[in-house]
Design a protein around this ligand. Structure first.
Ligand code: KIV
Length: 284
């Protein structure tokens, strides 16, 4: 009897292990910045999106704490836990050949002390196969960044609007307008000085982000920070249209995945209800 094709997908995880590709590393990102080559980053939270974005040549895949909203259905990123993010990070890191996988440290898992931050970061590297971690905060997070980088964990910082602090920042607001730009510039300098290999800048005026990108030697990755950054990141459900509804101004929609899935689910339901699926060709 011939063996059947695996029913639920045998997984790109296995394929990823067969054909080694050159892994994106922190020094490649810095070289890209030096060459003026733009860096690409997307979120991913599962095996198939990770493998697909990796195949597309996306340099960095962020298993963001935005999984709180986009996977677990919370209103904000605050409730998601380390225990909830680790399995998603593991799925993504198992499924890529080339992309650098960024584990995102959730709210409350690193702010208490550098030791807490280091131990949480170790879990993302050891248990989930992340290649680096991301954490939110500028100058005040320098001791955590130092502790992690000295302990062998590359850290991507995240400054400007930091969603984990939305209640301190007074909601979703652009950070660094007018005189407040000094604070963002100081944060950028502080995280570089502390050893971060890259920095995400979220909702920062384009001219400020561009100035910072020119000054820093580490790559800057923008989200709502204009075209002057060294790279860009978007949440995939926003960019590819799985999420519907009002989108932030900085999002560009590249596809309408929601419509594709909706049509497919309706067609399937019609077939099942009408008795046209399964047909003889699907029947043993
Ligand atoms: O969690 C996330 O998706 C992020 C991006 C918005 C950068 O932090």
């Amino acid at each position: 009897m011939p063996e059947e094709t695996a029913p639920y997908g045998s997984g790109p995880a296995a394929a990823a292990q067969q054909a080694p590709a050159r892994r994106v590393r922190t020094h490649h990102l810095r070289e890209m910045k030096e060459r003026g080559e733009r860096i690409t980053m997307l979120t991913a939270y599962d095996m198939y999106t990770a493998a697909t974005f990796d195949e597309a040549g996306i340099d960095l895949l962020l298993v963001g704490d935005s999984a709180s909203n986009n996977v677990y259905g919370n209103e904000t990123s605050l409730p998601v836990t380390v225990e909830e993010l680790l399995p998603l990070t593991r799925a993504v890191s198992r499924s890529v050949k080339r992309a650098m996988v960024v584990g995102d440290l959730p709210f409350g898992s690193y702010q208490a002390s550098p030791e807490q931050g280091y131990l949480t970061a170790v879990r993302f590297m050891k248990e989930a196969g992340a290649h680096c971690v991301k954490l939110e905060g500028g100058a005040e997070m320098a001791p955590v960044i130092e502790k992690c980088t000295r302990g062998g964990i590359p850290v991507m910082a995240h400054i400007g609007f930091t969603p984990q602090s939305e209640h301190t920042l007074g909601g979703y607001r652009v950070q660094g307008r007018g005189d407040a730009s000094d604070r963002v510039v100081e944060d950028a300098r502080a995280v570089q000085e502390a050893g971060a290999f890259a920095v995400v800048m979220e909702m920062v005026p384009g001219d400020v982000a561009e100035r910072i990108s020119k000054e820093l030697t580490i790559p800057t990755i923008g989200i709502g920070a204009g075209a002057g950054c060294d790279g860009q990141v978007l949440v995939w459900q926003d960019a590819f249209g799985l999420r519907t509804g009002k989108m932030a101004r900085f999002v560009k929609q590249y596809a309408d995945v929601h419509a594709v899935l909706l049509d497919a689910a309706r067609a399937y339901a019609d077939d099942v209800r009408g008795g046209t699926f399964p047909g003889p060709e699907h029947t043993f």
